[in-house]
Design a protein around this ligand. Structure first.
Ligand SMILES: *Cc1c(COP(=O)(O)O)cnc(C)c1O
Length: 361
């Protein structure tokens, strides 16, 4: 028998399943399965990308000073307390690696983002799954699940795949109620889709136990480039920087990220379009008898009668060249998560679901 064995927990990891992007034999496919920005990225970003391609023989900066300064300026934050990662996933990994290990508990909710259990297992920690209340994060249930072994509590707000949101005063109550030594990780991957939301920044300023994470993958339309960032107390960011590789972000990521964050007009345009199209899509689905909770993100969690109907609808959508996301793995077998696309895509998916419903009734 081989004595070569991985660390505890590693073999329990189920690999992350990304949204599908192809259907066999169908060419005109609309991908609504990964919450990508249907409008892509702005012209300013394209220009920066071209420019960044000219200095690839140089190592990138290790301190990300330019990108951090731009983020700090745009969001009114302290650049010293920002850390950048290869997607916000990497920042989530830093905090897990640095603060949790064997014997510790990592708390997340029933329908929480699927990276949280993966990260807990990666460090050999014990994942603690807390029930939600009607697809909403339940602060009291989380607080009740915390023990003196709790090191991290993950919530995405707005949530993925639920799209629901916990109001700031509830998040503050959660942070205040955590046991000593536990960190609240407030994952703000969809913050920009909410007018006026700060992603938890004010909470970070007021307390020493909150880390906020943000991403360029969703509203900025840069999922393929892999840039994210975190904001936390100085001591915590200093710790995270010790487990970060010095050259984790390439020259291209740093330069393009800086251009993207400085182009807030693009963010505003995409938020406005998303709010309008999301409302249209939710109404259109409701007219066909497919309900959803009010979403604060760039997708809708469409609820069907049962798992059988959700799966049948997914199969039908595929025949129509429409790819949405099954979320049985998130404890939501009767639902499909549908990204809000551009207007033609929204019309196509609403029309197809209407046809599906008409056929099954
Ligand atoms: C998409 C997403 C992320 C991370 O995305 P990155 O591309 O790694 O920045 C994190 N949390 C949630 C809830 C997400 O939906």
């Amino acid at each position: 028998m081989s004595r070569i064995e991985p660390q505890p927990g590693i073999l329990e990891i189920d690999l992350y399943v990304g949204g599908t992007s192809k259907i066999e034999g169908v060419s005109d496919v609309v991908k609504l399965s990964s919450n990508e920005n249907p409008f892509g990225y702005s012209d300013a970003v394209k220009t920066a990308f071209g420019r960044a391609g000219h200095a690839l023989h140089r190592y990138p900066s290790t301190d990300h000073a330019g990108l951090r300064a731009a983020i700090a300026e745009v969001h009114g934050l302290d650049a010293e307390r920002i850390i950048c990662g290869v997607g916000s996933d990497e920042v989530l990994q830093f905090v897990t690696q640095a603060y949790a290990g064997v014997g510790d508990e990592v708390v997340y909710t029933e329908h929480g983002f699927s990276m949280y259990p993966i990260l807990a297992k990666m460090v050999g920690a014990t994942g603690v799954v807390v029930p939600e209340r009607e697809r909403r994060v339940d602060v009291d249930a989380i607080l009740a699940a915390c023990t003196d072994k709790t090191r991290l509590v993950f919530i995405a707000n707005p949530g993925n795949p639920t799209g629901t949101m916990v109001p700031p005063q509830e998040v503050a109550r959660l942070a205040d109620g955590l046991p000593e030594g536990a960190i609240l990780v407030h994952d703000g991957a969809y913050t920009e889709f909410v007018e006026g939301a700060d992603g938890g920044a004010a909470l970070v300023e007021a307390r020493d136990n909150v880390l906020m994470t943000r991403t360029f993958s969703k509203i900025y339309g840069l999922g393929g480039l892999r840039i994210g960032w975190g904001y936390g107390p100085k001591e915590m960011i200093d710790v995270l920087n010790r487990v970060r590789q010095p050259f984790n972000l390439s020259t291209v990521q740093l330069e393009v990220g800086e251009a993207a964050v400085r182009d807030q007009a693009w963010v505003t345009k995409c938020r406005t379009d998303n709010i309008r199209l999301r409302a249209w899509l939710a109404d259109a689905l409701a007219e066909h008898g497919v309900v959803s909770d009010p979403s604060s993100a760039n997708f809708i969690l469409a609820r069907f009668e049962d798992q059988k109907e959700a799966e049948a609808c997914d199969e039908y959508l595929k025949t129509q060249g429409l790819i949405v996301r099954r979320v049985a793995g998130y404890g939501l077998p009767n639902c499909l998560r549908i990204t809000v696309g551009d207007e033609p895509s929204c019309r196509r998916v609403a029309h197809a679901i209407g046809q599906f419903k008409a056929g099954t009734r």
